[in-house]
Ligand binder design. Sequence first.
Ligand SMILES: *[C@@H]1O[C@H](CO)[C@@H](O)[C@H](O)[C@H]1NC(C)=O
Ligand SMILES: *[C@@H]1O[C@H](CO)[C@@H](O)[C@H](O)[C@H]1NC(C)=O
Ligand SMILES: *[C@@H]1O[C@H](CO)[C@@H](O)[C@H](O)[C@H]1NC(C)=O
Ligand SMILES: *[C@@H]1O[C@H](CO)[C@@H](O)[C@H](O)[C@H]1NC(C)=O
Ligand SMILES: *[C@@H]1O[C@H](CO)[C@@H](O)[C@H](O)[C@H]1NC(C)=O
Ligand SMILES: *[C@@H]1O[C@H](CO)[C@@H](O)[C@H](O)[C@H]1NC(C)=O
Ligand SMILES: *[C@@H]1O[C@H](CO)[C@@H](O)[C@H](O)[C@H]1NC(C)=O
Ligand SMILES: *[C@@H]1O[C@H](CO)[C@@H](O)[C@H](O)[C@H]1NC(C)=O
Ligand SMILES: *[C@@H]1O[C@H](CO)[C@@H](O)[C@H](O)[C@H]1NC(C)=O
Ligand SMILES: *[C@@H]1O[C@H](CO)[C@@H](O)[C@H](O)[C@H]1NC(C)=O
Length: 601
Amino acid sequence: MPPPRLLLPVLLLLLIPAAIAGVPDRYTVRRGRVGVRAGNSRLSAQEYLDPTYPVPRPPPVASPTCVVPVLTHSFGDTYGAPPATAAYAPPADCPAPWSLVSLSFSVAVAGDQYDRVAAVWLDGVELLRTTTAEPAPGGVRWTVRRDVTRYASLLRAPPGGVLSVMLENLVNDEFTGVFNVSISFQFHGAPAYLSGVNANAPATLPKSYFEPADLILPVSDPAGESTGGFWFRLQNASHAGSRLVTIPSNAYRAVLEVFVSPHADDEFWYSNPPDLYIRENNLSTARGNAAYREVVAAVDRRFAGSFVPFPVVYTGGVNPLFWQPVAALGAFHLPSYDLELTPFLGLLADGKAHEVALTVVDAIAEWRVDANLHLWLDPNASDVAAAVGPYRTPRLSIKRRYATHRLDGRFSIRAKRKARFSGWVSSSFGNFTTEVETEAETTSVVEFANQGNNKTVRFKAERESEVVIRAAETRKEVGKVETEAKFPMLLRTVTEDGENGTSVVRANLTHSITVETSAEAEGLFERESKLADEQTAAGWMLVSGHDVVNGSAATASVYRYSDDAGRYERAIDARDGSILSDNVTESYQAVTAKRSSVAAM
Ligand SMILES: *[C@@H]1O[C@H](CO)[C@@H](O)[C@H](O)[C@H]1NC(C)=O
Ligand SMILES: *[C@@H]1O[C@H](CO)[C@@H](O)[C@H](O)[C@H]1NC(C)=O
Ligand SMILES: *[C@@H]1O[C@H](CO)[C@@H](O)[C@H](O)[C@H]1NC(C)=O
Ligand SMILES: *[C@@H]1O[C@H](CO)[C@@H](O)[C@H](O)[C@H]1NC(C)=O
Ligand SMILES: *[C@@H]1O[C@H](CO)[C@@H](O)[C@H](O)[C@H]1NC(C)=O
Ligand SMILES: *[C@@H]1O[C@H](CO)[C@@H](O)[C@H](O)[C@H]1NC(C)=O
Ligand SMILES: *[C@@H]1O[C@H](CO)[C@@H](O)[C@H](O)[C@H]1NC(C)=O
Ligand SMILES: *[C@@H]1O[C@H](CO)[C@@H](O)[C@H](O)[C@H]1NC(C)=O
Ligand SMILES: *[C@@H]1O[C@H](CO)[C@@H](O)[C@H](O)[C@H]1NC(C)=O
Ligand SMILES: *[C@@H]1O[C@H](CO)[C@@H](O)[C@H](O)[C@H]1NC(C)=O
């Protein structure tokens, strides 16, 4: 028997995996194990869901609607394999232009399995980033729908292209879940934006400015089809995913749409302690580098835009029982982020190759990122004239305050970034100056108490952005889009040791995303919209290693969306794998002729 003073550190080390490396973590409910009765244990296939706004209804016109199935594939033991591919061709019976195109990604899976990340690309342009639900014994199925109208130029281009799907999965004696995926597109005719909109007055923006882009270039890994997918897999903060793009010299508008998902040591980046804490406690976890991340886009090494990503909890995260049968916000449909690059056309639109690069501030392995460059082209000219206005690299101001006392600690970070860009583009529509101003502020507090067994995460990211378009000569405002986004998160977990090396983890989580947008374009439309999506979950689980062997959880989700045309609200209460109530309230006014779709802003 060693003396007690030697025993103590050993005991601490034994406690650590449960308390630090293990909370939050990814878990799976192992139904295959005898006696396991946690959460959803029904024996018939159940529909899982993610309450969001239903894909907009097409206008009630007699235009044809076509459903085009593109790919059906079973993702078994696919780790390290190249993507599954299928040929895509535009629908002969539903020719472009379209009022609406939606993508359906349907999955069925049974057995035991972790959550997995998946993505869909068309010729290297990403159309969807998603993660999967964890299965139940009787199987689960779900469908993710995304409005992909903004990719119309790609979808209509003959002769079509190659659809690629990555879903890396491991199948063995223990993890048996095989994901059966089927993907289809639905096309609806008669574009709303071709009718009911005022004719262009001089010195106003063209209608096409707000329609889907004319060309979309991938900023993704060109080797993606033969390797592990088109995403860049970033390993650290200095690792950039970049691609040279040559854009047509008649581009008059550019928007970079960025897709991102964190994995492995950064899956729970918003709750990571600083390395200092890991070092001081001799921990073996690699989940460190504190709890701030920001995705940065650069054009020819110049900072061109950034955002703090919404912290998406995958379905095995925190407590997998929370996400049965309602997935966490964004887990089935990770948000993409639009950065207005029009001010940089003076740099880009010269017919030469330019580098677009993506990096993640403070990243550790690994971040899967890529982007689509949406470009609008002048139909009447082969060149635009353009110049970038006064440029200054926006500084990140970041204050960190770390206090540790053995396994306890408090780590607070306050980060701010203000960016301001402008540039003019003279096309056959006129000479317009685009001013982009964004202000982002993030606060993050991670607290460990009770020897690291009580953990609290308070995270809040806010971002305001304003895009103002002016007639270059008169400085008169002809268009403006303002967006305000907020996403707070509060997570508390308390871990106690159970019998036989198990632990009991109690957790409470509240997270939400609100986005308010107002957009106006002179002579075209004026529009406001508001989205508020919120979840509150509470429960406990008995954990053995990464397996949830008992537990109970309740999750309340409320999704609210309103715009000038109406309101939609869906509130769902779920408990232990079942829906207790699911209430939808909606009201629509007659759609006015002025209403128009605001693409890519
Ligand atoms: C997946 O597809 C295979 C092959 O068609 C089928 O045997 C299996 O039952 C399917 N799984 C589910 C959960 O539907
Ligand atoms: C970052 O990751 C890249 C790619 O794996 C690697 O080449 C580079 O050495 C890493 N840099 C640092 C500072 O770790
Ligand atoms: C960490 O390891 C060092 C060197 O082995 C030791 O001096 C220190 O006491 C350890 N700290 C803790 C908290 O275990
Ligand atoms: C572009 O050319 C077409 C056909 O010549 C003409 O009708 C249209 O007014 C022109 N548009 C602009 C913005 O110059
Ligand atoms: C840890 O959490 C437990 C359970 O909520 C609570 O009773 C205890 O006071 C907490 N300890 C600390 C130091 O916060
Ligand atoms: C466009 O407007 C800017 C700002 O007023 C001006 O400097 C530039 O010369 C104009 N370009 C053309 C081609 O008229
Ligand atoms: C703990 O493990 C022992 C030995 O395997 C077993 O006899 C006992 O039933 C287990 N206790 C619990 C609560 O699972
Ligand atoms: C979770 O919330 C419940 C109800 O408000 C509270 O009783 C419990 O202590 C909370 N648990 C944690 C881990 O904060
Ligand atoms: C799960 O926990 C509940 C509540 O503590 C208990 O009644 C039940 O027996 C447990 N089930 C198993 C399989 O251990
Ligand atoms: C749904 O409506 C019923 C009846 O009004 C109500 O009891 C229930 O709490 C509502 N559920 C939610 C999640 O709002």
